[in-house]
Write a protein that binds this ligand. Structure first.
Ligand code: ZN
Length: 272
């Protein structure tokens, strides 16, 4: 997409749209973190939200970036993190999804998103969403001749706002291609951990972007990993879950690599 915006969304000195960690990592695992940050460009102010609302899960996936960074170290895996809040633009929504620049999230109105101009919308797409995904694409293309799996690291709320607790400590989500999930779920369950199998969320082409585009379309075995947020509130606990996930991945890595080498990968999907 051509950048039709006439202004720079990010001021000099603000962080870039994405961060790349350990790009030459030796692991077969390639990590992404779509909801790593709750940062809002200064130009957009507070989006009309309180500081507490901007610190809440509607703005990002608390704990996910910490866990992903640790996983990158433990596995020696490349990692790409989005630099800005999902409320500015959600890097895991198709461009046509109404939640791409949500005017409300989990019942919370987002005043700064109720009347987005075409210019502002174009700037968010071309200066945040697209650079992040282009970074992922470029890195994946550069290692096309190496065995690669894709792990998209997220976190989910302990309940859905009704006080009813979600039992899963960690969850593996997928769409049309469950090959890596079928390996990783039993490995995570081996010590009795309650692991969601496409619960509380699954991956669909209408609601998700990263897995359909970078995983399914490329035929790369993949999973979306969701860890319950109350388990990763501190760096120490996020590291513990990273260690558990790293150990589970290592235990199935040889089989995962075989998946990458087998013919008949998942069928391609249309590019959105
Ligand atoms: Zn997320």
């Amino acid at each position: 997409m051509t950048d039709t915006s006439t202004f720079s969304l990010l001021a000099p000195g603000e962080p870039p749209a994405f961060e790349i960690v350990n790009p030459a990592g030796s692991s077969s695992a390639f990590l992404i973190c779509d909801h790593a940050s709750n940062r809002v460009p200064a130009r957009l102010g507070s989006l009309g939200l309180t500081e507490a609302q901007r610190a809440d899960h509607i703005a990002w996936d608390p704990g996910a970036a910490e866990m992903a960074r640790r996983l990158s170290v433990l596995l020696d895996a490349p990692l790409v993190l989005s630099g800005y809040s999902r409320l500015v633009i959600d890097c895991n929504r198709p461009r046509t999804n109404p939640q791409l620049m949500a005017s409300q999230s989990a019942g919370v109105p987002v005043p700064g998103n109720t009347a987005i101009t075409d210019e502002d919308s174009a700037a968010r797409l071309s200066q945040l969403f697209e650079p992040y995904h282009e970074a992922v694409e470029t890195l994946l293309a550069a290692r096309a001749d190496r065995p690669t799996t894709l792990l998209s690291i997220h976190s989910f709320t302990p309940d859905i706002g009704d006080g009813e607790p979600r039992p899963w400590r960690i969850a593996i989500a997928y769409g049309r291609d469950d090959r890596l999930a079928r390996l990783l779920i039993p490995a995570l369950r081996a010590d009795g951990t309650i692991v969601g199998d496409n619960q509380p969320y699954s991956v669909t082409a209408d609601s998700d972007y990263s897995i359909p585009v970078h995983g399914e379309r490329r035929g790369i075995p993949h999973v979306l990993v969701e860890t319950r947020q109350d388990g990763i509130r501190t760096p120490e606990t996020a590291w513990q879950w990273a260690e558990k996930l790293a150990a589970a991945y290592r235990s199935i890595e040889a089989d995962a690599i075989r998946l990458t080498q087998s013919a008949g990968a998942a069928p391609p999907v249309d590019r959105r």
